[in-house]
Write a protein of this length. Sequence first.
Length: 123
Amino acid sequence: MILGIGVDVVHVRRIAHWLSVPGLPERFFHPDELASALSKGSSAALSLSARFAAKEAFGKAIGTGLRGVKLTDIRVINNHNGRPDMRLYGSALEKFRALGCSSIHLSLTHESDNAIAMVVLEA
């Protein structure tokens, strides 16, 4: 059964700006997300934009927004085939479990200017 759906769009230039502000990206991204994205060089902002959109979409899917959720407790990864997946920790995992969710479906897409994510939470 579907318990929640969320979608979000992020302008890449917003995240590119964040990358120029010391300490700011660490407030929003899990350390592994940052390391992975920064290793991509010039496409780091594009990668992080999709990941930030995923976090926002998760907040919409749980129905409360990200109030009470540390953004670093949400980590977007890619499996061995490149498929995106979401790992939850701490506050994000607590919200997920409180809703009775058992799985997350995540889709990401991006162009040069925008990144979009969709999250479906299932019981």
